[in-house]
Design a protein around this ligand. Structure first.
Ligand SMILES: [Zn+2]
Length: 415
């Protein structure tokens, strides 16, 4: 995520400093209804008197300061005339993949304006801060209506308690807090790590089950919205009626059973009309295969969030081929995820576009999408996010990397 003043790349350090100082005011101007118009000058400065520049009169500035001032005011006006950066003015379904550097942090805003956050990144300030900023300054929501924690690994539940101190979390959905290390390790500090999550103040806690549907408001005039859990604790929704045997069943290569909590991940399908998006946390290969063979309980999807950040414990090729996604989005880190077999599995499903939050900077540099589809190319990054906006009728969706100017529209698949 780029803070808005970081988007003003032409600004000098001093101007950036000034913008940071003015941030609350700017947010009010940009996010609210206030529309700034440059009015004819009474004095010689030519700028609207509504702007908070009284302490900074242009007429008394030195030339360099004046240049900075002009750059600053240009940036302010550009932001103002660009329209609201925050308010949700259309009935789209929006998904933001927030860069939590190889953790989970997928923020969804429904056409009715409700917010669902799937996983919360790591504790320690950075990830809760990025999630809070994405929610309030990019997505324009004031609270998290539903938090889904897919499983009890620190890169998924870790940021929740800090986030709950920054903004209200109304409902928490998880597998139920384990009483001992969910990976079965005897010497584990899990009980210490989970304490803030256990003690955080939230509206209501729920144990999610396969078949659970979030109680969401429908917006007028849009396709039907549905967020449904299809797997949790290695239990699944029933096979839909009249589902044929999956022809890929006999091709599954079973691997050693995963005894970690990854296999227990909550998986959800987000639907708007015919559009379908998969977020399966860190589900691992055998559980993935059981979900789609011998009968595919999930069906096909349009957008596949690559399981487990693209690590090779996950992303069974038969699973992805059965889901037949058009687009994949990987929430990987600089050296985490983007595994060779995961990458090959996604490719084997013949997706049209592969997005990544980060470029894989390990030696196996070949396991990368093309740069255009990667939000962050360098180790020291500005945490750019990936955004998806699904049309209110669910028939098409646009995926963009706003900070790079990348934007592409895809048609929802016909089943
Ligand atoms: Zn993870």
């Amino acid at each position: 995520m780029t803070r808005f003043w970081q988007t003003c790349t032409s600004l000098t350090t001093a101007s950036r400093g000034w913008l940071i100082a003015q941030q609350p005011r700017l947010r009010e101007i940009v996010g609210g209804a206030t529309f700034i118009r440059p009015r004819p000058a009474k004095r010689n400065n030519g700028f609207a008197s509504t702007l908070p520049f009284r302490h900074h009169p242009a007429t008394t500035m030195f030339p360099m300061k004046l240049i900075q001032f002009i750059k600053t005011i240009s940036a302010v006006l550009a932001l103002a005339f660009a329209g609201p950066a925050v308010a949700k003015d259309s009935k789209t379904l929006d998904v933001y993949w927030v860069d939590v550097e190889g953790g989970g942090g997928t923020l969804i805003v429904t056409p009715a304006g409700e917010s669902i956050l799937i996983d919360t990144g790591m504790p320690g300030g950075r990830d809760p801060g990025r999630l809070h900023e994405a929610a309030t300054q990019v997505a324009g929501v004031k609270q998290i209506d539903h938090l889904i924690v897919t499983h009890f690994h620190i890169d998924h539940f870790g940021g929740a308690a800090e986030l709950s101190e920054k903004m209200p979390i109304k409902n928490v959905w998880d597998n139920g807090i384990p009483e001992r290390d969910p990976d079965g390790r005897a010497n584990s500090n899990f009980l210490l790590r989970i304490k803030p999550y256990r003690n955080m103040k939230v509206g209501k806690r729920h144990v999610i089950q396969p078949g659970t549907e979030l109680p969401l408001r429908q917006a007028d005039g849009t396709a039907k919205l549905r967020v449904r859990c299809v797997a949790a604790m290695q239990k699944f929704v029933p096979v839909p009626k009249e589902t044929q045997r999956n022809p890929l069943t006999d091709k599954v290569k079973w691997v050693a059973e995963d005894t970690t909590d990854n296999a227990n991940s909550v998986a959800v399908i987000v639907e708007l009309g015919g559009f379908r998006f998969w977020d399966g946390g860190d589900l691992t290969q055998n559980t993935e295969a059981r979900l789609v063979t011998p009968h595919n309980r999930v069906g096909t999807v349009d957008v596949y969030q690559v399981n487990h950040h693209g690590l090779d414990f996950s992303n069974n090729p038969i699973f992805i081929q059965s889901l037949e996604p058009t687009v994949s989005v990987m929430n990987n880190g600089v050296t985490k995820g983007c595994g060779a077999s995961s990458f090959a599995a996604v490719k084997s499903a013949k997706v049209r576009a592969m997005y990544q939050l980060h470029k894989n900077l390990r030696a196996d540099i070949e396991n990368n999408a093309t740069d255009e589809f990667i939000a962050n190319l360098t180790r020291d990054c500005d945490a750019h996010h990936i955004h998806m906006s699904v049309a209110p009728n669910g028939q098409k969706y646009t995926i963009s990397i706003p900070d790079k100017g990348h934007s592409r529209t895809y048609k929802t698949r016909t089943k």
